[in-house]
Design a protein around this ligand. Structure first.
Ligand code: ADP
Ligand code: MG
Length: 273
């Protein structure tokens, strides 16, 4: 059995209490199971505003599931997960806790950008059309406003000249930079990256990491699941090593990578470094 989420436990109301010092993400003993398979056993961590958290760990350790919980794609079964002070997946009224309605979840998801391993651009839309779709549909922006902003973002990721191109004509690295621009078009307060460079040819990895580095330098709050240890060392404020649904080790990336404390961390790093 899993514990019910307990928003009251923190003394903070379930929503609407965000202020400048509210952490962007707080996971407090988060549990997630699929049937009898407990995938997240006990995830506790904090990501402050403007911070970059890198997450590493072997395949199957629950990294993607954790990101999917933050982005309302999975529901946590226990513990407490908040984004910007707002409880994810649940609503509290008085002492009662309700599962969030799909509409409420969709409302919150607007503020969270996600970039996946596979650049999931719409193949039948141009680069520009890919980027302006959600701002128009979800945020009711005019086509002119959305297009203006899209061109700014394309310039930022170095692809302004590809606005009218179709995804299939772009390299994987270019497609992933468009996917980042598309996520940014919703003005997210948090960006989630799930192995954004794992599907790329090695020579295309750098251009995507450079865009992400710039984003971090501009102050975006980011959670990045990655096996790019150089990126983690340079950009992350905190690196966590996950295995078997728990955070085995967490700290300054130079510390965790240079002087891992746990046998499981050492074994993993010896394989990927
Ligand atoms: P990682 O991203 O670290 O490789 P995942 O979060 O994708 O790990 O998966 C963790 C475990 O959860 C795996 O054993 C996977 O098979 C299982 N899992 C993930 N999603 C589902 C699902 N929708 N239904 C059942 N099992 C799942
Ligand atoms: Mg994964």
């Amino acid at each position: 059995t899993t514990a019910h989420p307990s928003p009251a436990a923190s003394g903070r109301p379930a929503g609407g209490s965000a202020s400048a010092d509210t952490p962007m993400v707080v996971a407090d003993r988060v549990v997630k199971s699929f049937g009898s398979h407990t995938v997240l056993r006990d995830i506790s961590l904090t990501v402050k505003r403007g911070e970059v958290l890198c997450v590493v760990g072997p395949s199957g350790s629950g990294k993607s599931t954790f990101l999917r919980c933050i982005n309302h794609l999975e529901k946590v079964d226990g513990g407490r997960l908040t984004v910007d002070g707002t409880l994810i997946g649940y609503r509290q009224r008085g002492d009662k806790i309700y599962e969030m309605k799909p509409r409420e979840a969709a409302e919150q998801r607007k503020d969270i950008g996600m970039v996946f391993q596979r650049f999931n651009l719409f193949p039948h839309l141009t680069v520009l059309e890919n980027i302006i779709e959600a701002p128009q549909q979800v945020k009711r922006q005019s086509k002119a406003d959305a297009s203006k902003r899209a061109m700014e973002l394309l310039t930022r990721v170095g692809l302004a000249e590809k606005a009218k191109a179709y995804p299939a004509s772009l390299s994987g690295g270019q497609q992933q930079r468009v996917a980042i621009a598309r996520a940014l078009a919703m003005d997210p307060k948090l960006m989630l990256f799930d192995e954004p460079t794992s599907a790329l040819d090695p020579e295309l990895v750098g251009e995507v990491l450079d865009v992400m580095k710039q984003l971090a330098a501009d102050g975006m709050t980011m959670i990045v699941v990655t096996h790019e240890m150089g990126f983690a060392r340079e950009v992350a404020d905190t690196l966590i090593f996950m295995d078997g649904g728990v955070v085995v080790e967490s700290g300054d990336p130079r510390e965790v990578l240079g002087n891992p404390q746990h046998q499981r961390t050492k074994a993993f790093l010896s394989k990927v470094l």
